[in-house]
Design a protein around this ligand. Structure first.
Ligand SMILES: Nc1ncnc2c1ncn2[C@@H]1O[C@H](COP(=O)(O)OP(=O)(O)OP(=O)(O)O)[C@@H](O)[C@H]1O
Ligand SMILES: [Mg+2]
Length: 402
């Protein structure tokens, strides 16, 4: 038997009838006394939250019921392919923002967005650990291997012990998510946005349905390098669909360097962190290189004034780059050639005259939504550039005859 138990919705109805026969309120101290539990525990019992197994059994016994008929036998959580996140630094603001959005504001769809390796998946794991007890059920599914939407829906319905019946399956899922307060995470949505117009339609519909559904007690959390159009259309600060753009780890990134036992003065650490814009994956990779090739000495590494990408990071950027349109790739190339931040006019001059300014602006917008370009201001002008890691990647990709 599990160490903690909770009631099923049907079970609670049975308990309700039994307590009426006893003339007890739902939070009657007499009932709590009889079960040797506190009134607070009795309250949690009614909220369908987990309580210690012995209290659960005694609360049922006190109204003459067998706990086995009351208990919820569905597994309450399924972590799927979620990774184990052992070391996690910083992100306190992001965690409290997610808590606010999902628990207090009752958002229905929340997207975590940011470039590869910035920590979307890790943040989702930590956030779920903090908030999942507020939900009846929690399910994590990775879309890394581009499952069809019907497979994903089937696997979610399977969790609820529901069979899939072709066309009605999305409606059945929405039904389950309406009846139960569930937290569902779909990790790596990019793969779907990218892979197939066909498959994507189904996921589009899923996001849209959940985003528009009224009074839905459940929440869908998505992680993605780029923002899906559905989110752009439905999101808002006061609306139940929101997205959180992740930037680097900031000062907390220093922990990654110290964890790798690197030798450095604070200033050198900051320089390294800034070079990789606090991207935890990039910093983990470069830390390993510094350890292996420079005896852990950051100053030695910085002397070479170079940027290390590493295979994993290159693969991530490869994927991200391949998903860009021809024009977006061209913009990236021009920004790489220019090296310095440039204004729209300058960008315009370096791109074929058959391309309109509005198309270039759209490309810039799309690149910025993918966290690939950085903007700075000089007087009243906005200037565009790439962050160093991305610039290094593009230069290398073109020199290898992309
Ligand atoms: N706050 C953090 N503290 C320490 N390590 C972190 C943190 N966030 C992420 N990491 C580590 O950085 C690496 C990349 O993180 P993660 O996989 O979450 O990135 P991602 O944004 O989901 O990338 P992708 O777009 O490729 O899915 C992982 O090894 C992860 O453990
Ligand atoms: Mg991820």
């Amino acid at each position: 038997m599990a160490s903690s138990l909770r009631a099923s919705p049907q079970g609670l109805k049975t308990v309700d009838q039994a307590r009426i026969r006893k003339s007890w309120d739902r939070q009657s101290p007499a009932w709590a006394d009889a079960a040797k539990a506190s009134v607070a525990t009795l309250k949690r019992f009614w909220q369908k939250k987990y309580i210690q197994a012995q209290f659960f059994i005694d609360i049922c016994a006190a109204v003459g019921l067998d706990w086995q008929e009351i208990v919820d036998s569905l597994e309450s959580e399924d972590w799927g392919e979620a990774p184990e996140v052992s070391a996690f630094y910083g992100r306190t603001e992001e965690l409290s923002k997610l808590q606010q959005w999902i628990i207090k504001d009752r958002c229905r769809v929340v997207e975590l967005q940011g470039m590869g390796g910035i920590g979307k998946t890790a943040l989702a794991v930590r956030s779920v650990e903090q908030i999942k007890d507020e939900f009846e059920y929690f399910i994590w599914r990775s879309l890394r291997h581009a499952p069809s939407v019907s497979d994903t829906i089937a696997s979610l319905l399977f969790f609820f012990h529901q069979e899939q019946d072709n066309q009605a399956s999305l409606s059945r899922l929405v039904d389950c998510l309406r009846k139960h307060r569930c937290l569902v995470v779909l990790d790596d949505l990019d793969v779907i946005l990218d892979s197939a117009a066909e498959g994507y339609e189904g996921y589009r519909e899923l996001i849209k349905r959940l985003g528009e559904e009224r009074d839905l007690p459940s929440c869908l959390v998505l992680t993605s390098q780029q923002k899906p159009k559905e989110i752009v259309l439905l999101e808002g600060d006061k609306l139940p669909v929101r997205s959180l753009l992740l930037s680097g780890l900031g000062a907390a990134a220093d922990k990654i360097l110290s964890e790798a036992n690197l030798i450095y003065e604070p200033k050198q650490g900051q320089e390294l962190i800034q070079m990789y814009r606090g991207n935890p994956l990039a910093l983990k990779i470069v830390s390993k290189t510094i350890k292996d090739l420079f005896g852990g000495n950051v100053a030695e590494f910085l002397r070479y004034n170079t940027i290390v990408l590493g295979d994993i990071f290159t693969e991530i950027l490869d994927l991200q780059f391949q998903r860009l349109s021809e024009l977006e790739q061209k913009v990236m190339y021009v920004l790489t050639i220019c090296q310095q931040p440039i204004a729209l006019e300058q960008l315009r001059e370096n791109i074929s005259s058959t391309v309109s300014t509005s198309e270039i602006i759209e490309a810039l917008d799309s690149l910025s939504r993918r966290s690939l370009i950085e903007t700075t201001r000089e007087q009243s002008k906005v200037l565009y550039t790439l962050q160093p890691v991305v610039m290094k990647y593009v230069r290398r990709a073109y020199s290898q005859g992309l």
